[in-house]
Design a protein around this ligand. Structure first.
Ligand SMILES: Nc1nc2c(ncn2[C@@H]2O[C@H](COP(=O)(O)OP(=O)(O)OP(=O)(O)O)[C@@H](O)[C@H]2O)c(=O)[nH]1
Ligand SMILES: [Mg+2]
Length: 344
């Protein structure tokens, strides 16, 4: 299972252009709004210097990076939550994603219509924010009316849940994203199952060729997607001379980071070095489950070494013999960069 990032934004801002640059999948890109109707789905390898370094010493037959999924979703417009434009359907697609990468248009081009009027990134961000909030509000009202019925049966748990829904509803109706509301861990977990749109982490991507915008900041990257897609069609040799540095890797890693993911590695007895993705804070059997369902169910113990330590010792056998491999049990919390061998 991979984690997914939904590419979200107004029509004609460059969402499919980004998707194509990332995945190389030939999708429809055109200068009219609502070119994309059904979502495009593709997976992208996560760039990983550490995997390359580990592979240099293990020398496996095969090297497999971990992946992240991108979903190019139909453009949304003001009033989408009430059915404007392509309406509500795309909101369901956003619901299924783990994070959002919002493409914001800052490029000027008279040939490419902008449905909201003149170029104005801040206004566009606000439009999308309001739509996502309105959708969450609608979901919360639905949950509250359902909870109201359950509360009549005087169930303590139901009562507590209703209180939580009310608290969240009040904040959302004041324009606060659910990810920004001050909730404790228990509350956060409690509402997680409802997959609220504004509880998902967001990375803003400003699509611009204007040097007045900085290329990165907190929660945002600036890049020119038209250049990126053109560059992605060239071979490595051709791009070398252009002196253009792609920022796609930076974008993939930024998405990885907002999802709070870590990477661990397996070496399969030297046959294949492979990177895997795990939610931060999970334990060894869960990591095993990512590799193979048996590794979770029949987990006994695991041998673990950090990737740096493995490089220092030189190879797996050496690491074992010198006592650098740690033997860990079910409770071990997997760390970013661990190289693991599961024992079942
Ligand atoms: N000048 C310029 N044009 C761009 C840039 N990025 C995308 N475009 C053009 O803008 C138009 C729309 O791009 P798409 O990638 O199809 O936009 P979209 O957001 O997927 O649009 P919808 O699917 O309709 O919601 C195309 O003609 C692209 O070539 C850019 O950075 N500069
Ligand atoms: Mg599109």
């Amino acid at each position: 299972m991979s984690f997914s990032v939904g590419i979200v934004g107004l029509p004609n801002v460059g969402k499919s252009t980004l998707f194509k640059a990332l995945t190389k999948i030939p999708v429809d890109i055109a200068a009219y709004p609502f070119t994309t109707i059904h979502p495009n789905v593709g997976v992208v390898s996560v760039p990983d210097e550490r995997l390359a370094r580990i592979s240099e010493i293990i020398k496996p037959q095969k090297v497999t990076p971990t992946v992240i999924e991108f979903i190019d979703i139909a453009g949304l417009v003001k009033g989408a939550h009430k059915g404007e434009g392509l309406g509500n359907q795309f909101l369901a697609h956003i619901r299924n994603c783990d994070a959002i990468s919002e493409v914001v248009r800052a490029f000027e081009d008279p040939k490419v219509e902008h449905v909201a009027g003149p170029i104005d990134p801040e206004r566009d961000i606000e439009i999308v924010k309001v739509e996502l909030l309105m959708k969450d509000l609608e979901t919360l009202e639905g949950l509250l009316s359902k909870a109201g019925k359950e509360v009549k049966s005087k169930d303590k748990k139901a009562l507590k849940k209703e209180e939580l829904f009310k608290k969240v509803r009040d904040w959302v109706s004041q324009g606060k994203l659910i990810s920004e509301i001050n909730l404790n861990d228990e509350e956060r977990l409690e509402i997680k199952e409802y997959q609220f749109l504004t509880q998902k982490p967001i990375l803003y991507l400003l699509n611009t060729d204007d040097k007045k915008y900085p290329t990165s900041g907190v929660g945002y990257l600036g890049m020119n997607l038209k250049d990126e897609v053109e560059l992605s069609e060239l071979s490595q040799n051709e791009t070398k001379d252009l002196g253009f540095e792609s920022q796609l890797d930076q974008l993939i890693l930024a998405c990885y980071n907002i999802l709070d993911l870590i990477t661990f590695y397996t070496v399969a007895g030297g046959k294949e070095t492979r990177a895997w993705t795990l939610k931060r804070g999970l334990r060894a059997p869960e990591a095993g489950g990512v590799v193979h369902s048996d590794f979770k169910e029949k987990f006994i113990r695991a041998e673990v070494i950090s990737w740096q330590k493995l490089l220092e010792t030189g190879n797996w056998k050496e690491a074992r013999e010198s006592g650098s491999l740690k033997i860990v049990g079910r409770d071990y919390i997997v760390q970013d960069g661990d190289v693991i061998e599961f024992k079942i």
